[in-house]
Write a protein of this length. Structure first.
Lengths: 281, 429
């Protein structure tokens, strides 16, 4: 909280009890952008250290998941796949889903995992979950290349429409950040959260049209309620961007609104809780 | 808005913690749910659950002080006096519960060296990461990179993961990064408590440079000689309150006397003795003059008696009870234990439970004038340390009448022995 001063190069920091709800200080976040960069870089750098296969894991994970799903849902259960080859159908949805899942796993434990930083140094606390969400982007980009290869194998053409993936990815990151803010702040006080996250992720995955097409869900009110899950709009958007078909208009709109609501509330909740992080963690 | 030559201004700062807040690591949703249910239950029965003052503890209360720009301020206090909390509030790690403060300029805090070091990353990578965590920009780190590496003396291993470093190398690197941080206000807590003597000297030297370069430094340490060397003024904290703000030499003296005994005697309350000290329980330590009177001020030319009372709640084997004697600058003078002599060693190797006094006499003409500090130690060599209090009791020695006092000059050095001088004339002119 810098105040105007005779000497503009010297900022005055005010210490006082924080009360009530606080907004976010974007100027301060910008000032600390290098820390965001270094923490993200650290998370990426450290993730596959001392693993024999190293970064290859980020290729293997989506490949293996797609293979398992293709066998179980595509071949054995013969689940419908919008007329697409099942591996392409599954991989296109797993792409944003894995980004969301990894971000959630990392961000929910991020504050507790960085307790030594929280209790020793000041910086905007928001940086911690933010950088763990950002570090999941590396795996996403690798999976994206994997999808292009798979599409080439199945001779599915890539259109300009695929550029929609960029805003859709941003939406995924925001959705993950929104939930991550809630969970990481709660986890500081209640370690139950980190026990719950794996189940939450499982339930969430089945509540998202990944292994099955959205047409399984009846249209109308029920579909709208279903779309409150932000990942529904995202996954539908991804499939539409790559393979065309009917645009996910209403679904995506509802999902985006849900993200907005979750993110705003998450930010406020986080800012309210953060003043006690160093005392409680 | 404060005066422009002030760097730090603190008004009525207080910090309250819930009792046991730090132990509530197992805080679970179940606890929350049951607590909420209990609260609803009691409010249904018409009972109000008052937020009781006794559930809370004020780690800091009504703290006021200011620091001028370029001044180095020492913060002195026993463990639990609120020093760390004060530094945490000042470095914005935690918010105060009440009060107001202003800090002019970038605050760099060294509450611990190596904060954020990652064992898997190399020395080079950790320099950048740690620098960023401490608030340095990438360009600043790049500009000082060579200097940091040179200071740390780990050039050869700079591209090796730090988990392969020895603890000494790790600390040197960590301190090197921190030492090259250049904020307007530097907050330092006990950094010097780590590392070997050489490294500590180097750190102290660097801290001295920082303090002399016109930056404001807040320095917390138990090392009184470091406080005296690095700071001009100090505040003494006790139970979360500022007891004194004075020039450091005065503050150190005040601190060493206070809480300890005014009369050359110190009793340990039950709650001052950690549970793991059992079966050894210290009771008292006192200084006696030649007439056997408890005294805070003894004479150099007379014998000085030191007594330590303690209880053994069980039979103990191999116990030795003794003291370290320090000057108030923290320099050790000597160490002595009650079973140092072979005779007593044989007789008291096994001590049955009971109440004991270990007594010793410092012969006349041993100590120079000045203030001294006794640290108590009770241990079984190579087995365990039962109890240690490095600041058990302090006392003054008066040199009047000692050899050489016919010159009214202070003599340096903690001891003032009578030495057998001879003067021989090698012929006459």
């Amino acid at each position: 909280m810098a105040e105007a001063n005779l000497n503009p190069s010297i900022q005055v920091v005010t210490l006082k009890p924080a009360k009530g709800w606080l907004g976010i200080d974007l100027k301060e976040l910008w000032h600390y952008r290098e820390l965001i960069y270094f923490l993200t870089w650290r998370d990426i750098k450290v993730r596959y250290k001392q693993a024999v296969l190293g970064i290859a894991w980020s290729v293997l994970q989506p490949v293996l998941t797609t293979a398992i799903m293709t066998v179980v849902f595509g071949i054995l259960l013969e689940v419908e796949s919008d007329g697409l080859p099942y591996p392409v159908f599954a991989l296109s949805a797993l792409l944003p889903w894995h980004l969301f899942q990894l971000s959630l796993q990392k961000s929910s434990i991020s504050l507790v995992g960085n307790a030594n930083l929280l209790t020793k140094v000041y910086f905007p606390r928001l940086i911690i979950p933010l950088s763990s969400v950002l570090s999941a982007m590396v795996d996403f980009i690798i999976s994206l290349i994997l999808l292009f290869i798979t599409m080439a194998i199945y001779k599915i053409p890539l259109t300009w429409n695929a550029l929609w993936v960029i805003p859709l990815t941003l939406l995924t990151v925001l959705a993950a950040l929104a939930v991550g803010l809630w969970l990481s702040a709660l986890n500081v006080q209640y370690r139950d959260v980190q026990q719950m996250v794996p189940f939450l992720i499982q339930i969430w995955m089945y509540a998202t049209p990944i292994v099955y097409p959205i047409t399984t869900i009846p249209e109308g009110t029920f579909r709208y309620i279903y779309s409150l899950n932000p990942m529904v709009g995202v996954v539908q958007g991804f499939r539409w961007a790559f393979f065309g078909g009917s645009p996910p208009d209403m679904t995506l709109l509802i999902s985006s609104l849900a993200v907005l609501l979750l993110l705003t509330s998450g930010l406020f909740f986080f800012r309210r809780m953060e003043k006690t992080f160093a005392d409680v963690v | 808005m404060m005066d422009s030559d002030l760097s730090i201004l603190v008004r009525g700062i207080g910090k309250r913690y819930k009792i046991g807040a730090s132990q509530q690591r197992t805080d679970t949703l179940r606890d929350l749910i049951t607590a909420q249910a209990a609260r609803i239950g009691s409010s249904l029965r018409g009972k109000r659950n008052h937020s009781n003052e006794t559930d809370h503890i004020w780690a800091l209360r009504d703290v006021n002080f200011e620091v001028k720009r370029g001044q180095a301020l020492g913060i002195i206090g026993r463990n639990g006096a609120g020093k760390s909390t004060l530094l945490k509030v000042l470095s914005r790690v935690t918010d105060p519960t009440e009060g107001y403060g202003e800090l002019r300029g970038r605050v760099g805090s060294l509450l611990e060296v190596g904060t954020g070091f990652h064992p898997e990353l190399t020395g080079r990578e950790n320099i950048f990461l740690n620098g960023a965590i401490l608030g340095m920009h990438k360009k600043e780190i790049e500009a000082r990179f060579d200097e940091i590496v040179a200071f740390s003396e780990v050039e050869k291993f700079i591209d090796t993961p730090v988990k392969r470093y020895s603890s000494g190398m790790y600390l040197r690197l960590a301190f090197a990064v921190a030492a090259h941080l250049e904020p307007e206000i530097l907050v330092v807590d006990e950094v010097l408590a780590v590392g070997d003597a050489d490294f500590q000297r180097k750190c102290l030297g660097k801290m001295g440079d920082v303090a002399n370069s016109g930056r404001t430094v807040l320095f917390v340490s138990h090392n009184m000689s470091a406080i005296l060397r690095l700071t001009q003024d100090s505040i003494v904290l006790d139970k979360g309150k500022v007891l004194l703000r004075a020039p450091s030499s005065e503050a150190v003296d005040f601190y060493l006397n206070r809480g300890l005994s005014k009369l050359g005697e110190r009793f340990w309350e039950v709650d001052e003795v950690p549970a793991f000290s059992a079966p050894f329980r210290p009771m008292a330590i006192r200084i006696l003059d030649k007439n056997g009177h408890v005294s805070d001020s003894v004479r150099s030319v007379e014998p000085i008696r030191i007594e330590i009372d303690y209880e053994l709640t069980e039979d103990v084997t191999g116990l030795r009870v003794g003291y370290y004697l320090f000057t108030t600058r923290g320099e050790p003078v000597f160490t002595s234990f009650d079973i140092d002599s072979e005779e007593l060693f044989k007789e008291y190797t096994a001590r049955p439970k009971g109440i004991y006094t270990s007594r010793c006499t410092i012969p006349p003409d041993t100590l120079n004038e000045g203030r001294f500090l006794l640290g108590v130690n009770a241990s079984s060599y190579g087995i365990r340390r039962y109890f240690q209090d490095d600041q058990a009791l302090s006392f003054s020695v008066d040199a009047s009448g000692a050899p050489g006092t016919h010159w009214p000059e202070p003599r340096p050095g903690p001891v003032r022995p009578i030495l057998g001088w001879e003067i021989e004339q090698k012929g006459s002119v």
